[in-house]
Design a protein around this ligand. Structure first.
Ligand code: ATP
Length: 222
């Protein structure tokens, strides 16, 4: 589903990833861990084409990301849900409107949008907050809205960058449940976190990065 071949990234001449090789299969749930600056966000940004590599190949579902036109990249992004630590919700829009945006862009009609948004909010336990604005919600609730927005069009891939960074243990557990549920429904999930305890509690595989290189891959133990 996701393949990186010898991918390197530099920022203003400083190497963040010196030449990464990674294969994530369809249906996997994989954590990406490592200290601050190890390259976790850089790796995730590459996958949704937020940045371009300096060299190497990236294949997403068989398509070569490095050779795509802008239109093809835009199409590909529709099949990738993205969640960030700081939620990135629109503060003046309701929960319904925030989650609906993804479907509006795809040209869905209003009736189907409200049905789908309601069901997706139910998956994250927030259907009762459908008319609230984000600032009236707790941090954990805002993050669940952001996840609902990422999941509403049933993406093939879900990428989450430190999705539980500022949350307490109960909220972290809820987020993990939602991500697991998305994975069980068939979405390939990649989550970056520096929090090893969180990964251990999840009993899921991880890769560990150091200076942009994979220094541990629990999938190799199997
Ligand atoms: N936009 C940027 N401009 C310049 N350098 C950057 C930029 N983004 C990341 N870097 C550098 O690239 C390296 C990898 O950063 P990255 O954000 O991928 O690490 P990370 O593991 O996600 O860290 P954190 O846990 O702190 O978010 C670091 O040395 C960082 O300083």
């Amino acid at each position: 589903m996701i393949q990186l071949h010898n991918v390197s990234v530099s920022y203003q001449g400083d190497t963040a990833l010196p030449g990464l090789n990674l294969h994530v299969h369809k249906g996997e749930f994989l954590f990406v861990t490592g200290a601050s600056g190890a390259g976790k966000s850089t790796l995730l940004r590459l996958i949704f084409a937020g940045i371009q590599p300096n060299s190497g190949q990236i294949l997403i579902d068989g398509q070569n990301l490095t050779r795509m036109t802008r239109t093809q990249v835009a199409m590909l992004r529709r099949s990738i849900g993205v969640v960030f630590q700081d939620f990135k919700l629109l503060p003046n829009r309701t929960v319904l409107e925030n989650v609906a945006l993804t479907l509006e862009v795809l040209g869905w009609n209003a009736k189907d949008i409200s049905k789908k948004v309601y069901h997706t909010l139910k998956r994250v336990g927030l259907e009762h907050k459908i008319n609230a604005t984000p600032l009236k919600l707790s941090g954990g609730e805002q993050q669940r809205v952001a996840i609902a927005r990422a999941l509403v069009n049933e993406p093939k891939i879900l990428i989450a960058d430190e999705p539980t960074g500022n949350l307490d243990d109960l909220n972290k557990e809820q987020i993990l449940e939602i991500l697991r549920d998305a994975n069980i429904r068939g979405t390939t999930v990649m989550v970056a976190t520096h929090d090893r305890r969180y990964i251990e509690a999840s009993h899921r595989d991880f890769i560990a990065l150091e200076k942009g290189m994979i220094v541990e891959d629990t999938r190799e133990r199997r």
